[in-house]
Design a binder for this molecule. Structure first.
Ligand code: GLP
Length: 234
């Protein structure tokens, strides 16, 4: 893993933006795997303020809450529109549909999208318990897209985006770790104290389902972008 330590999330976003730029220079129809949460916001800001053009590119997002339709303000579909797509449209953009009535069909649809559009560069955040996407501790490393029951700690961490924790959906669709590992390149970003333990386990701990992100030790092309707080336990 290549580790880049930056001063703050703004610099981290710029560093990630440079990697997006490089990817586009090599392949202007690249497939980008995108993430949500507070961590990638500075990356999307940097992309929005850049002169990069994604009109020939494809985006595929990691996850979505089950039960939230794409126009729900807390859905990840809505988040992506607000933070990126309204400023930088892609040729095609895919997210799981949280409002789908047939869950099995939705999972198959998303896996078919991933088969057809192999990801060139995947952006990831990390949960405080080491989850990536919504792959919580204990998740099988071979899974493709699946429906996940969120842990109490993830529900509590994400409650800040909702009126109260009762409103946080209990389930999500997530790309599996098997799908994430197929990406040719991966960028994982983490900022702040609350991520320091997960980062230590991911980089220095054993590869174990208890810290899903530790599986990235097996991937040949991972760049980790950290601020000093997230890097403090390394
Ligand atoms: C959610 C998302 C993850 C994200 C994580 C951390 O669980 N599904 O993709 O990495 O939260 O979020 P944040 O960046 O807000 O700390």
């Amino acid at each position: 893993m290549k580790i880049i330590v930056v001063k703050d999330d703004k610099q981290g976003g710029q560093a990630a933006c440079e990697l997006f730029k490089k990817e586009l220079e090599q392949k202007n129809d690249a497939v980008f795997g995108l993430a949500t949460g507070s961590t990638p916001i500075s990356t999307y800001e940097a992309l929005v303020h850049s002169n990069l053009d994604f009109n020939n590119s494809i985006s595929v997002n990691l996850d979505e809450y089950v039960g939230l339709s794409s126009d729900h303000p807390q859905s990840y579909n809505y988040y992506m529109q607000e933070h990126l797509f309204r400023y930088k449209p892609f040729r095609e953009s895919y997210l799981p549909n949280g409002g789908a009535t047939d869950e099995e069909r939705e999972i198959s649809r998303y896996n078919a999208i991933l088969e057809k559009n192999p990801i060139d560069l995947q952006l990831l955040g990390i949960g405080r318990n080491g989850h990536i996407g919504f792959n919580e501790p204990g998740t099988d490393f071979d899974l493709k897209t699946h429906k996940v029951e969120l842990t109490e700690s993830t529900i509590a961490a994400n409650a800040r985006f909702f009126n109260n924790s009762q409103d946080v959906p209990r389930y999500a669709y997530s790309m599996g770790i098997g799908s994430i590992l197929k990406s040719k390149k991966i960028i994982l970003e983490a900022f702040g104290n609350s991520k320091a333990e997960a980062i230590k386990n991911m980089i220095e701990g054993p590869v174990t389902q208890e810290c899903p992100a530790s599986v990235l030790q097996r991937h040949p092309n991972v760049t980790v972008i950290l601020d000093e707080e997230a890097a403090q336990k390394l």
